[in-house]
Ligand binder design. Structure first.
Ligand SMILES: Nc1ncnc2c1ncn2[C@@H]1O[C@H](COP(=O)(O)OP(=O)(O)OP(=O)(O)O)[C@@H](O)[C@H]1O
Length: 516
């Protein structure tokens, strides 16, 4: 995760004059203008009685007087409720749709985040009769397709010639979903190969964790999506209309460059976009890819990066070789509270988990969570963590963007983050939705200055020293030494195993090459 090079004054003019979300008040549901009664009921069922400031601000710019006239770029702290901020207006706007077709696409960087976002949509969209789909590659592609598209009867069993997608054949397909939550890779699979999957009727595009998604191009998903939603071909529409006169009916969404929703004398809807993150990029080269229309920048606070209001940050200074010992001591003092421990890489995550599990009588349940694991294992681990079946989740950064786990009271940076962005996203796994939380960072003396400089880049970042009783450290020392011995044995076994596997596979490769 690289830090951007430019200074803190944004280059793009629309970023220099943001709407301050913090000036927006929380809004009780009774006072939310035009809120659909069933949407209100669904929110109440979720235990929500008022909109958070960012949700109220987005509502005003979308459903409210703003009427989606401008695309929104939203920079609001972790845990401030960005998911509902974009989900609510989409569901409200689609609540009076007559025919089901894919109208809203939400793109997120990871599968687990997609599952989380889908759950939020399900809770508010189902009561309004809207269907939400998932394209994340969790199940087989055919299974996913069967949940996304209805294949016309006349077409069932017909073999598919990809060079022969005539419009007539496309017409009988029907979307089974109104809203789709997708990761970029699987989205591209459907765009490229799933018959009947079309973005032609799309009204709303959400790019969540925008800065992360813009960093990686994922098979050019963004230009592809934008290209497909600017579809305009009168000839094809004429053919379509003569083939099945009422096939499109109220769905017709011809997109023509320069014809915009909500602007005078403009007849057809444009694709409305909402892009969000707690750390929105200021890089004009990246932002331009989103092709935002008259963008409105909604931002909380004065500084570029903001930590949650009720977060307390602490530094715990210790010698590098004693870090595992201090971590165990710290966890013991946290007495069973849910914690996420962040390391610098998947390898460090594996090693730290292994070492921690070598401690005799630790009485703390620890599990690793990383991209080295299969999706099934990761989902299982996350489920157990949510249920509180174990206390400490050890992870590296990539997988935890946007993760919302109730009751996480502490975040521990076992390795100091290199960038403030990383600190913001890690620390943001706690102190969510106005709750309190603590973020501890383990550092050695040499890192103190660098750490202070890093935190100065964020609002609400005051950081005190945290000390542990020396008696506790001394008491744990012998256990630590024996844990280290066990750990070395395990690691050397693992090395031997991986060496023998790699020599076996190179022998097999050699044999294959000889026989060819
Ligand atoms: N209006 C509300 N009232 C009460 N709780 C809410 C409200 N809106 C959201 N929440 C809760 O706040 C938590 C954080 O919301 P969400 O995950 O949308 O945050 P976020 O801003 O997207 O954070 P991140 O930047 O980390 O992704 C969730 O548990 C959500 O259920």
């Amino acid at each position: 995760m690289g830090e951007e090079k430019q200074g803190s004054v944004p280059v793009l003019p629309w970023m220099r004059d943001p709407v301050d979300v913090a000036l927006c008040q929380e809004c009780p549901l009774d006072e939310v203008p035009c809120l659909h009664p069933r949407l209100k009921l669904a929110l109440q069922k979720m235990g929500i009685s008022k909109l958070f400031p960012v949700q109220a601000a987005v509502w005003l710019e979308t459903v409210g007087p703003g009427n989606f006239d401008r695309d929104l770029c939203i920079n609001s702290p972790t845990g401030s409720g960005k998911t509902l901020a974009y989900a609510l207006p989409i569901v409200q706007m689609l609540s009076n749709r007559v025919v089901k077709c894919l109208r809203a696409l939400v793109v997120v960087p990871t599968r687990d985040l997609a599952l989380q976002v889908k759950e939020v949509f399900d809770a508010i969209a189902s009561p309004l009769g809207l269907c939400v789909g998932l394209a994340v590659g969790q199940s087989s592609i055919s299974d996913e397709i069967s949940k996304l598209v209805t294949v016309p009867e006349y077409d069932a069993g017909m073999s598919f010639d990809p060079d022969d997608i005539s419009l007539g054949l496309q017409l009988g397909f029907q979307s089974k979903v109104d809203i789709l939550v997708a990761t970029p890779g699987r989205l591209m699979d459907h765009i490229n190969t799933t018959r009947g999957f079309t973005l032609e009727h799309l009204y709303y595009l959400v790019v969540d964790e925008t800065d992360r998604l813009l960093r990686e191009s994922y098979q050019s998903w963004l230009p592809t999506v934008l290209g497909l939603t600017q579809f305009n071909d009168d000839h094809i529409l004429t053919v379509a209309n003569s083939f099945l006169p009422n096939a499109f009916g109220p769905l017709r969404t011809r997109r023509t460059c320069g014809i915009e929703r909500g602007f005078k004398d403009k007849l057809y809807p444009r694709l409305a976009k909402m892009v969000l993150s707690a750390t929105v990029t200021q890089d004009p080269g990246k932002l331009v890819q989103l092709d935002l229309h008259h963008p409105l920048f909604l931002k909380a606070g004065l500084m570029r990066y903001q930590l949650p209001e009720n977060l307390e940050s602490y530094k715990l200074i210790c010698e590098t070789q004693l870090k595992p010992l201090y971590l165990v001591a710290l966890l013991k003092t946290l007495e069973g509270e849910k914690c996420i421990v962040f390391t610098k890489s998947v390898v460090s995550t594996h090693r730290l988990c292994t070492l921690m599990n070598c401690f005799n009588n630790l009485q703390i349940n620890i599990k690793g969570y990383s991209s080295l694991q299969t999706q099934r294992i990761r989902s299982k681990t996350l489920k157990e963590f949510r249920k509180g079946e174990f206390q400490v989740l050890v992870s590296s950064d990539a997988m935890t963007r946007g993760m919302d786990v109730a009751g996480v009271r502490n975040v521990i940076n076992y390795d100091m983050p290199k960038y403030i962005k990383t600190y913001v996203h890690r620390a943001g796994r706690t102190a969510r939705a106005g709750q309190t939380g603590r973020c501890f960072t383990l550092i050695c003396k040499d890192e103190v200055r660098r750490f202070k400089k890093l935190l100065q880049k964020a609002e609400n970042s005051s950081c005190s020293d945290h000390t542990l009783p020396s008696s506790l450290i001394e008491a744990l020392d012998a256990t630590y030494q024996s844990a280290l011995e066990k750990f070395r044995e395990i690691i050397s076994e693992e090395r031997k195993k991986s060496k023998s596997i790699s020599s076996q596979s190179s022998q097999e490769k050699g044999k294959r090459q000889k026989s060819e």
